[in-house]
Design a protein around this ligand. Structure first.
Ligand SMILES: C[S@@+](CC[C@H](N)C(=O)[O-])C[C@H]1O[C@@H](n2cnc3c(N)ncnc32)[C@H](O)[C@@H]1O
Length: 239
C-alpha cells in the first residue's frame, strides 16, 4: 500500500496535517537531542522526514529502515537526506546486532505493524543499555467535542482528499481505521512497558491529536525477553 502512494505521501501529509506534523517531529527530535546520541535508528522511516529532522539531534549516525522500497526511494531523492543510511527491512526483524543504537524513533509507523509487540521487542534489542525509545503516533483527543470533530475530519475529509490526490481510495480509508483501532494511551504505554521498557511517559501534542511515547530500555527484564534471531545471520553490524 505504501509503495503505491509513495509519490504523493509527503504532499498529503502536509495537506492533511495542515503542516503540524513538522512541529510534532521537531518535538520528538528535541527529546532525542537531550540525550546527545551518537547513533539513532528511525524505524518505518518512510519518505525520511523524521530521519532528516533527526540531523538536528547531533547524532553522527542516522539509519532509516522501512519495508517499502518506493517510500525509501522518495527519501533518498531528497537532498536533505544526504548522509543518512537507508535500509529496506521489516521493523519486526531488524537486521542489526543487539545494542547498536543510542536511540530508536518511530513516527506514525507502529500503528501499521502486524505484530506490535515483536516490533517493540526488536527496537529494544537494538538499543544500547539505557537507550531511548520514542514513538510518535496519532491519537484520539480526550475532549469529546475535539474528538467528534477529529473523527469527522478523519472519516470524511481525509479519505476524500486522499483519494483525489493519491488515486488510492483504500489507503486513505485505511488511515482513519488504523487510528481508531490503535489502543488508547494507557494501554499502549503498558504494551511498551511489557516489551521491556521502563519510565514510560506519554506526552500529549496539540490537545491529544498526537502523542509522543518516551521510554528507556529496561535491563531488568532482559532475561525474559528472547529475540527471534540467533547470533548469526545479521546483515549489518554496529560501527
Ligand atoms: C504512515 S508511514 C510513516 C512514515 C514516516 N515515519 C513519517 O513519519 O512520515 C508508515 C510507514 O511504515 C512502514 N511500515 C509499515 N510496516 C512496517 C514494518 N513492519 N517494518 C518497517 N516499516 C513498516 C510503511 O512502509 C510506511 O512507510
Amino acid at each position: 500500500m505504501f509503495d503505491s502512494i509513495s509519490g504523493q505521501y509527503d504532499l498529503l501529509n502536509r495537506l492533511l496535517s495542515l503542516g503540524v506534523d513538522r512541529w510534532w517531529r521537531q518535538s520528538m527530535v528535541k527529546r532525542v537531542g537531550r540525550r546527545k546520541p551518537q547513533s539513532v535508528l528511525d524505524v518505518a522511516t518512510g519518505t525520511g522526514d523524521s530521519a532528516i529532522a533527526l540531523k538536528k539531534s547531533g547524532a553522527t549516525r542516522i539509519v532509516g529502515v522501512d519495508i517499502s522500497e518506493q517510500m525509501l526511494k522518495q527519501a533518498q531523492k531528497k537532498p536533505t537526506s544526504a548522509g543518512i543510511e537507508f535500509v529496506k527491512a521489516d521493523g519486526e526483524r531488524l537486521p542489526f546486532d543487539d545494542g547498536c543504537f543510542d536511540a530508536v524513533t518511530i513516527s506514525f509507523g507502529i500503528r501499521n505493524f502486524e505484530h506490535r509487540r515483536q516490533g517493540l521487542q526488536e527496537m529494544r534489542r537494538v538499543l544500547k543499555q539505557n537507550g531511548l525509545l520514542l514513538v510518535l503516533e496519532l491519537s484520539m483527543p480526550a475532549n469529546r467535542i475535539i474528538r467528534s470533530l477529529y473523527k469527522l475530519y478523519f472519516l470524511r475529509i481525509v479519505p476524500a482528499v486522499g483519494k483525489l490526490v493519491s488515486r488510492n481510495s483504500y489507503a486513505y480509508r485505511y488511515l482513519p481505521c488504523s487510528v481508531d483501532e490503535f489502543p488508547p494511551r494507557q494501554v499502549f504505554a503498558a504494551e511498551i512497558q511489557n516489551a521491556g521498557f521502563e519510565r514510560v511517559k506519554a506526552i500529549s501534542l496539540s490537545g491529544g491529536l498526537a502523542t509522543i511515547y518516551e521510554a528507556k530500555k529496561s535491563e531488568k527484564t532482559q532475561q525474559h525477553i528472547h529475540s527471534t534471531h540467533g547470533s548469526c545471520g545479521r546483515v549489518l553490524r554496529c560501527r
